[in-house]
Design a protein around this ligand. Structure first.
Ligand code: ADP
Ligand code: MG
Length: 322
């Protein structure tokens, strides 16, 4: 009888008593979600709190509108003299500059030198003359990093930095690190368009939908993911239409105006800091140059929806499609 019972127990699925726990909150100007698989409810909920707190710390450090943030101090003072910043902020700016160099400036956190004059919610854009005049202050080469004292200096006055194209991805990675360090083997973290899947979803991959850029509440593609980050940049999240032109939140640094190259880009990468930066980068580069960049990076893939709504896949995804 005892033998029978233990055989029965062995045949039950692993962690039969475990459950998925999930929390969503407003943070970083978007909805963030942390989900995880845990055998212990109290412990699971506590780890979710810790992951939320990790993202909150990133927001406090990197929100350019918060006068207490390290990034605010940089924007205020880095032209006058180098500003020492926390290691995390230094690392994110360093990664951002890496993608600026890779993309010949398509990704540029100093886009904000022009970008900060847009108000998408109010439907306000600066005049073409104003953009033409401010555009010269978009220049990642004028941002100097000193690894010895983790300092940031601007070589140009009027230069402003905004990490909106990379910080949410970094925050997602920080939350996933909390999960991993707490021993969680399956989880999911998302902040708006940036998500990362830890492990899988039970015994199968998690299905992630890529939003249709023109049909609200519809998906253009569903893809199965495990242990991967995915970020989507679209022209439909924050935009308004003026004189028949769609003005949205991704700027082409070369013109200072919204990039019209594509409607949406989703990038898959091991880390969300990379998928986030690369989705914005590829959006600005457009289909051809974007795919050339993605295909040159090992372990990175992309799905692009072009300006006509047509889908384009990177080489790694085409290899997987039968
Ligand atoms: P979100 O997840 O906020 O929709 P995306 O990853 O699509 O963000 O990136 C858009 C954000 O990136 C913008 O809101 C802005 O903060 C920033 N951004 C816009 N243009 C650029 C650019 N050329 N280089 C770097 N960052 C940019
Ligand atoms: Mg991005």
């Amino acid at each position: 009888m005892r033998l029978f019972l233990s055989l029965l127990l062995l045949s039950l699925p692993l962690h039969a008593s475990a459950n998925w726990y999930s929390e969503s909150r407003e943070m970083m100007g978007t909805q963030v979600t942390v989900e995880l698989w845990s055998e212990d409810k109290a412990k699971g909920l506590q780890i979710i709190e810790q992951a939320m707190a990790a993202m909150q710390r990133v927001d406090r450090m990197m929100n350019p509108l918060n006068p207490d943030s390290a990034l605010y101090q940089v924007n205020q003072q880095a032209y006058a003299a180098p500003v020492s910043v926390p290691e995390a902020l230094f690392g994110v700016i360093e990664r951002a500059l890496h993608y600026s160099r890779l993309s010949d400036g398509a990704f540029d956190i100093s886009f904000a030198s022009v970008g900060k004059y847009y108000d998408y919610r109010a439907g306000r854009a600066p005049s073409a003359e104003f953009v033409a005049q401010k555009r010269k202050h978009i220049n990642y080469r004028a941002i100097a990093l000193n690894p010895k004292n983790h300092s940031v200096a601007f070589h140009t006055g009027d230069l402003q930095v905004d990490l909106g194209g990379i910080a949410k991805g970094y925050a997602v990675d920080q939350a996933i690190t909390v999960l991993i360090e707490a021993g969680i083997v399956a989880g999911f973290v998302s902040a708006g368009g940036d998500s990362r899947v830890l492990g899988d979803h039970g015994d199968r991959p998690r299905m992630i939908g890529i939003k249709h850029p023109r049909k609200k509440d519809e998906f253009a593609v569903m893809i199965p993911l495990a242990d991967t980050a995915i970020s989507t940049s679209g022209d439909y999240e924050r935009f308004f239409i003026k004189d028949n032109i769609r003005l949205h939140h991704i700027l082409d640094p070369k013109t200072g105006h919204s990039s019209g190259a594509v409607q949406s880009v989703s990038v898959l990468a091991p880390l969300a800091i990379d998928s986030d930066a690369l989705s914005t980068t590829t959006f600005v580069l457009g289909v051809e140059r974007g795919l050339a960049l993605i295909n040159s990076l090992p372990g990175i893939d992309a799905i692009i929806i072009d300006s006509e709504g047509k889908l384009h896949y990177s080489a790694g995804l085409l290899r997987q499609t039968p």
